[in-house]
Write a protein that binds this ligand. Structure first.
Ligand code: SAH
Length: 572
C-alpha cells in the first residue's frame, strides 16, 4: 500500500492521478493536516509519496525513523512535478517507486544510493528474491563500499544459486583474508568457524534447509522444538536457513508441530503417506509403516520437500517425535525476455528487472547492444550472430541447468517467431522458466497504423526457412477464406522475393481491391516509416525483412487516414 500525502492544489491533482493509475495500491490521506497525514501514512503504509518539500517531510518523519529494513520507503515529489526524490529506503522500494512515478507524473527520478548510481546489484537485496537473509547486516556498509570501489572481495558458497551478478572484483578467485561474501547454511559455531571461515565475512543465509518432522498424536510443542534444535545443531546448521517444515498430511493439524512452525516463522508443507512411502530413506521403520502407511515421515518429508536434495541430518528421535534435515538442490532459472520493437520506452519495466537479476545474458549481438547499458556490472554476455538460434537456445538452457540466472533475449516478444520455443524444446524439468512478454512487431505497427487488429487476425511468417512454402500457402488461403486481418512477419528478403506477392494475390481473391494494407518498417526505431495503401496499390518491392505488413479483412476501412478494422458490433 502506498500512502499519498499532499498539501497544495497541484499536489492533490497529482495524488488523484496516482490513485487513478494504481487504484489497488494507492491510499490518499487527505482531510487532515499534512504532518498528521504523513505520520499516518508512515504508520500504516509500505511506502509513502509526499508532495511536500523534502525538508518538511524529513522534519516530520525524523522522530519516527527506525531501521531501513522495516521503515516504509519515502519519495518526495516537488510542486512542479519535475523530480521524484527517493528520500528514505532507496533499496527497499524508494528508488523503484521514484522510477515508477516517472511513468505517471513525467517527473525525473532522483536516486542517490551509491550502488544505483553505478548500476551495481545492491548487496542488501542480493538474493532476497530467493529468500536469502543477511546474517550480519552491520557489515553491509563496509563490504558494500569495497564492492563499489573495486577492491577484491572473495565470494564463497554462491555456486548453484540463480543470483544476480556482482561486479568482477567480487569473485571466488579473489584472495582469502580480505573482504569476503559468504553464502552458507552452516551455523557460526560450526567447525568451519574455528578455521576462520566466518571471520569478517558478510554472511548470507540461503533458504536451503528443510526440516522433516514426524510425531505421535498430541506431541508437545516443547518436545518438537527441542528435537528440531538438536537435529540442526548436530549438523551444525543455521535455523535462519530453514525454508520450511515438512511432514505427513496426517499431521497437518498436529498442534505441537504447527506451534513450533508458527513460532519460528516456518511454513508447513505436508505430503500424502503414499508419496512419502515412495522415497528411499536411510532409516525406515516397519512400526511407523504399520501406523501411518509409510516407513518414514521425517526423512521422507524432508527429502521430498527438498526436491532432489540430500539428507544432511538423518532421523533424530525423542519419546514422541522424529526430525531430520535435508538440503535443497537449488534450481537455475531461465528468463525468456522480449525487448519490444526497439524504443526504450517500449521495453517493459519487468523486462528491465529480468535483465538485471540475470547473471548470464544470451542473445543475438544486435539485441544485446540494444540493452547493454542496463546490464549490471559482472553480467556474463553470450552474444552470437544471426542464424545460430539453436546454439543460442542450447547455451541458455545449459547455463540455467548449471544453476545460473539466465536471460535469453529477443526483439518484440521472445515467444513470437523467436527463441522461446527452441529453448523450451531443449529445457528439462530441472530449471525454473519465466516468460517476460514484449511488444511484438504487429502490435507496435498496429498502434502506428490505427486500429487494424480490432477484430480476428492471424500472424503468418513468410519465411520458408522453417516451413515449406506449400504449408505457408495453405495457411494464407485459410486466413483469406476465414476473412482474418493478416500480419505478415518476415515478409520479403532478397532471396525470397515472390512469396509476398503470391500471398497478397490469394488474399485479393477474397477481399475488395480497396482493402487497406499497412506496412511499418523499423517500428519504434530511429528510422521508422509507416505506409498505408490498398491491396490494389500495394507494391511488394517496397518492403524488406525489417518490415511487418498488415492486410485488412473485407470489413477493414481507411478512416481519416487511419487503418480501422471494425469491432463488428453492428454486423451488416
Ligand atoms: N520476435 C519478433 C519477431 C521476430 S521475426 C517480434 O515479436 O516482433 C522477424 C520479423 O519481425 C521481421 O522480419 C519483421 O517482419 C518483424 N519485425 C520485428 N521487429 C520489427 C520492427 N521493429 N518493425 C517492423 N517489423 C519488425
Amino acid at each position: 500500500m502506498i500512502g499519498v500525502v499532499a498539501a497544495t492544489a497541484s499536489g492533490r491533482t497529482a495524488a488523484e492521478a496516482l490513485r487513478a493509475a494504481w487504484p489497488d495500491e494507492v491510499r490518499l490521506l487527505t482531510g487532515q493536516k499534512a504532518a498528521d497525514a504523513l505520520r499516518e501514512a508512515w504508520r500504516t503504509c509500505d511506502a509513502v509519496v509526499s508532495f511536500l518539500a523534502v525538508g518538511a517531510t524529513v522534519r516530520v518523519l525524523a522522530p519516527l525513523l527506525g531501521h531501513k529494513s522495516t521503515d516504509p520507503a519515502v519519495v518526495c515529489v516537488d510542486e512542479s512535478m519535475a523530480f521524484a526524490v527517493a528520500v528514505l529506503g532507496g533499496h527497499h522500494g524508494a528508488n523503484l517507486l521514484a522510477r515508477r512515478l516517472t511513468g505517471v507524473l513525467g517527473c525525473t527520478p532522483v536516486v542517490t544510493t551509491a550502488s544505483d548510481q553505478s548500476n551495481v546489484t545492491p548487496l542488501d537485496s542480493w538474493g532476497a528474491e530467493l529468500g536469502f537473509t543477511v546474517h550480519n547486516p552491520d557489515l553491509l556498509a563496509h563490504v558494500g563500499a569495497a564492492v563499489l570501489s573495486g577492491e577484491p572481495v572473495r565470494l564463497d558458497g554462491a555456486e548453484g544459486w540463480p543470483l544476480p551478478p556482482l561486479p568482477p572484483n567480487v569473485s571466488p578467485q579473489a584472495p582469502a583474508g580480505g573482504h569476503r561474501v559468504l553464502v552458507t547454511d552452516q551455523a557460526e559455531h560450526s567447525c568451519m568457524c574455528h578455521q576462520g571461515w566466518f571471520d569478517g565475512a558478510l554472511v548470507y543465509r540461503p533458504k536451503s534447509l528443510v526440516v522433516g518432522v514426524g510425531s505421535a498424536r498430541g506431541v508437545a510443542a516443547g518436545e518438537v522444538a527441542a528435537l528440531v534444535d538438536a537435529a540442526l545443531a548436530s549438523g551444525e546448521l543455521a535455523a535462519e536457513s530453514v525454508r520450511c517444515l515438512a511432514t505427513a498430511d496426517l499431521k497437518a493439524d498436529e498442534e505441537g508441530i504447527l506451534q513450533v512452525a508458527r513460532e519460528r516463522g516456518w511454513p508447513v508443507v505436508t505430503h500424502p503417506a503414499a508419496a512419502l512411502a515412495a522415497v528411499d530413506v536411510p532409516n525406515p521403520s516397519e512400526v511407523v509403516r504399520a501406523e501411518v502407511g509409510t516407513p518414514s515421515v521425517a526423512e521422507a518429508a524432508a527429502l521430498l520437500s527438498a526436491g532432489g536434495g540430500a539428507l544432511v541430518v538423518p532421523k533424530h528421535k525423542s519419546a514422541n517425535a522424529t526430525a531430520a534435515v535435508a538440503r535443497l538442490r537449488p534450481r537455475g532459472r531461465l528468463s525468456i525476455v522480449g525487448l519490444g520493437p526497439g524504443a526504450r520506452d517500449l521495453l517493459t519495466p519487468r523486462a528491465v528487472t529480468a535483465l538485471q537479476r540475470s547473471s548470464v545474458v544470451v542473445g543475438l549481438d544486435q539485441y544485446v547492444s540494444q540493452v547493454r547499458d542496463l546490464l549490471r556490472p559482472g553480467t556474463r554476455v553470450l552474444a552470437s550472430g544471426l542464424g545460430q538460434e539453436e546454439e543460442r537456445a542450447r547455451t541458455a538452457v545449459e547455463e540455467a541447468t548449471a544453476g545460473h540466472a539466465v536471460a535469453l533475449i529477443g526483439s518484440g516478444d521472445a515467444g513470437v517467431y523467436a527463441m522461446a520455443s527452441p529453448a523450451l524444446e531443449f529445457a528439462g524439468p530441472g530449471i525454473d522458466v519465466e516468460g517476460v512478454p514484449g511488444i511484438t512487431a504487429a502490435v507496435a505497427a498496429s498502434g502506428l497504423l490505427g486500429a487494424p487488429l480490432g477484430h480476428d487476425h492471424a500472424y503468418i511468417s513468410l519465411s520458408d526457412l522453417h516451413t515449406p512454402w506449400e504449408v505457408i500457402e495453405r495457411r494464407v488461403t485459410a486466413a483469406a477464406e476465414g476473412d482474418f486481418t493478416v500480419c505478415f512477419y518476415n515478409p520479403r528478403s532478397r532471396a525470397r522475393a515472390w512469396q509476398l506477392g503470391r500471398a497478397l494475390g490469394i488474399l485479393a481473391g477474397h477481399r475488395p481491391p480497396s482493402t487497406p494494407v499497412g506496412f511499418v518498417r523499423n517500428a519504434a526505431r530511429t528510422d521508422e516509416s509507416v505506409t498505408l495503401t490498398t491491396l490494389a496499390e500495394f507494391d511488394p518491392a517496397a518492403v524488406d525483412m525489417f518490415t511487418v505488413v498488415v492486410v485488412g479483412s473485407s470489413r477493414s476501412r481507411t478512416v481519416a487516414g487511419r487503418f480501422v478494422t471494425p469491432r463488428g458490433y453492428r454486423w451488416a
